[in-house]
Design a protein around this ligand. Sequence first.
Ligand code: ADP
Ligand code: ASP
Ligand code: MG
Length: 439
Amino acid sequence: MKKVVKFGGSSLASAKQFKKVGDIIRADKSRRYVVPSAPGKRNDKDEKVTDLLYQCYDAASEGRSYKKILEKIKNRYEEIIEGLNVNLSLDHEFANIEENFVNKVGRDYAASRGEYLNGMIMAAYLGYEFIDAAEVIFFDENGNFEADSTNKELSERLEHVERAVIPGFYGSKHDGSIKTFSRGGSDVTGSIVAKAIHADMYENWTDVSGFLVADPRIIKNPEVIETITYKELRELAYMGASVLHEDAIFPVRKEGIPINIRNTNRPEDKGTLIVESTVRKPRYTITGIAGKKGFCSINIEKAMMNSEVGFGRKVLEVFEDFGVSFEHMPSGIDTMTVLVHQSEFEEFEQSVIAGIHRAVNPDFVEMESDLALIAVVGRGMKASRGTAGRIFAALAHARINVKMIDQGSSELNIIIGVKDADFETAIKAIYDIFITTEI
Ligand code: ADP
Ligand code: ASP
Ligand code: MG
């Protein structure tokens, strides 16, 4: 058995957390490859080292004073090294980092030092080999991740290494410069390493006991999802359930490697298993709920729209011309609605409306802003009747006006549009009808 274990920022925020991580790794011999994040928040008011590094670099590269922030960063690592009693000095590393900041080597380099230094500490603490991610994870000159060259290099390198620490979040371009994934990207590194070594399992350790049915910031103590498929997870992640970086499923998915989300603070909990497919029946009709605010709708009305061939295409072309991607497009006989991200659309609003008038000569165009989209996701919905009915009854009961409904043809999800102001209440109502009443 070979496992890759990735630990998130809060799991490595202090010496105390590091010790929990050490215990977890030592408890299972198959936990051979470790992917650490940078130290995260120790409490709600704390700062992530990654954010401090960005601030410090911006100050240093703009010629502003940066020493105080750098000191704060050093102290975070000092506290961990002292608390763990490991024999390691980062003085030389920090001298190097400072020089590179002043010489403006790049923001990605700056951010990556969070995981780099934490990886060095982790390797010293565990007695594992340290492998700099810059030597094994590659990006092309445009900054796109290079899956093939990475997989080749990484698998060759790890073939003869029994146990190693590979810092998350970054790699390098062929010119040697450092490039990071987007925020939360250590999840992606873990997945890439799992693929390269043909892991039996990719364990992703965080601060919650798995993927929860709904965002814990909206629902108090939501139920944990025991098993979820990649497809369901993708729908939820896309709609804002941010436990796992949305790109983290691609490398392992093709290899059939399951991901297990676990809680560093409660290692006895089984967490959530993410799999390609399963015959396990979901516990509830729905698997999860997620949503996002900040959408707006453009409603286009024209008598006999249905018989006008190419109407939809012409409308969407206008959006395309301005580089605005659409999220959903429910339609009626004489109406069509296009939902877009408000932030992407605002700048081009008037030009898009004018373009629609020119393209299809509609009777009316109306817009509505401040809409939220909620995705109710579940492989179990296909087999049970009346799911949509239950959702709408629950929302009506909570006095919420439903602005839009869209059910994907896979019957894996139902998307509901409500006003931003109703977002939290709507999620609570849906959670109650499917989870609280089915328990
Ligand atoms: P890490 O630093 O370990 O990578 P993240 O902050 O990226 O952790 O992800 C874990 C957080 O995701 C949780 O603390 C929680 O606040 C948030 N979250 C949002 N939606 C969900 C959900 N459906 N299930 C679990 N956690 C969620
Ligand atoms: N440290 C990085 C971030 O804060 C990457 C990660 O934690 O996954 O985004
Ligand atoms: Mg994360």
